[in-house]
Design a binder for this molecule. Structure first.
Ligand SMILES: Cc1ncc(COP(=O)(O)O)c(C=O)c1O
Length: 361
């Protein structure tokens, strides 16, 4: 079968090398005669896997010692509740900057547990371009924390380092740009995200939490979401998703070998520039995001004639390019080009888009 490129937004394409290694050792991990998914999370072999993965993530992201690295349950959405339950008093409020669907969902969920000052930060210009207002946002002086989403997976908006929430307890959702470039963890109180895009299979969520934000959970916070319970138990308060944690560890090793997040950033810039460059050069396709805020991970685009959407998707599939349908909230198309997507995959997509435009213009 010829190579299929999968542009799914998550779960998404994972590095082939890692998939092959995992496949090879699946039935017999490290010569013990059992699969990694069959052994106890308390066994020596598994503890080694978990500790090595945690250390490799610390190395990759340069995570200082005063931050806990927690492997949690419940996905990004679990932490939409878990964050206010851990760090809001319930009597105050938090600033939530909204730049797309996911930061909006986070604000909606937080409202169950804290007051929310919802700050809408996107703006549509006269020519239809969608941009982000990063200066003079109405932050409140007494917000207990601030929250935003670094990369909006559905809208294809990335803030890069443009936002200063003026809050020492700034929390950032990095679900869809995790490990795609360096992030200065020390700028944040909490950095968190689900694994199912750049890190591994779904079912594990990573929270990197500064020590002073651990141990503040409200009484009503379920133990499974309580940072201090997770920290005290090395993320094994209950049975973790052992397979996803192990897989993540293999991805961390793969990334380290490739030169870490700095090398990955370079490749991601090249891939994104190639795709956006083509879209901009051709009036058959359009991406509406202000170039300053265009995501390097999720590239939404529309065809000039939306009536061609189904034909585009069908022919893309025949050309081994799958999962290009845009999110139901936005329609159109979306190409997610995470770390595991090689440049050849992006080139193959652009070749197809060029041919499709010529044939249907
Ligand atoms: C930026 C962002 N945050 C949060 C979520 C929710 O993640 P989960 O499905 O793991 O709850 C997603 C899911 O795609 C996302 O893209």
């Amino acid at each position: 079968m010829s190579k299929v490129y999968n542009f799914s937004a998550g779960p998404s394409m994972l590095p082939e090398e890692v998939m092959l290694k995992v496949q090879k050792e699946f039935l017999n991990y490290n010569g013990i005669g059992a699969s990694v998914i069959e052994i106890s999370h308390r066994s020596k072999d598994y503890i080694e896997i978990a500790e090595e993965a945690t250390q490799n993530l610390r190395d990759l992201m340069n995570i200082p010692d005063n931050y806990q690295v927690l492997f949690m349950h419940g996905g990004g959405r679990g932490l939409f509740a878990g964050i206010p339950l851990n760090i809001a008093s319930g009597k105050g409020s938090a600033d939530y900057v909204v730049t797309g669907a996911w930061s909006g969902y986070a604000a909606d969920e937080a409202l169950k547990y804290t007051g929310v000052n919802r700050i809408e930060a996107t703006k549509t210009l006269e020519d239809g371009t969608i941009t982000v207002e990063t200066a003079n946002l109405p932050f409140s002086k007494d917000a207990e924390f601030a929250h935003y989403c670094l990369n909006e997976t559905i809208h294809g908006i990335d803030l890069y380092d443009t936002l200063d929430c003026q809050n020492n307890n700034t929390v950032v959702d990095v679900s869809s740009c995790f490990l795609s470039r360096p992030i200065d963890v020390t700028k944040y109180g909490i950095v968190y995200g689900g694994a199912q895009k750049n890190i591994g299979p779904s079912g594990i969520t990573i929270a990197i939490v500064r020590d002073d934000l651990v141990g503040r959970a409200r009484e009503i916070c379920p133990s499974i979401l309580d940072f201090s319970v997770l920290a005290k138990n090395a993320s094994m308060y209950n049975t973790p998703n052992t397979f996803a944690w192990y897989f993540a560890g293999e991805v961390f090793k793969w990334l380290k070998q490739l030169g870490g997040v700095e090398a990955m950033e370079k490749m991601n810039i090249e891939k994104a520039n190639y795709l956006y460059g083509f879209i901009d050069s051709c009036d058959f396709y359009k991406n509406k995001i202000d170039p300053k805020f265009r995501s390097r991970m999720n590239v939404p685009f529309n065809l000039k004639d939306e009536a061609l959407n189904a034909k585009f998707l069908e022919e893309a599939k025949q050309n081994n390019l799958i999962s290009l349908k845009g999110h139901r909230v936005l329609g159109g198309m979306r190409a997610s080009i995470y770390n595991a997507m090689p440049m050849e995959g992006v080139k193959s997509l652009v070749n197809f888009m060029e041919k499709f435009a010529k044939e249907n213009n």
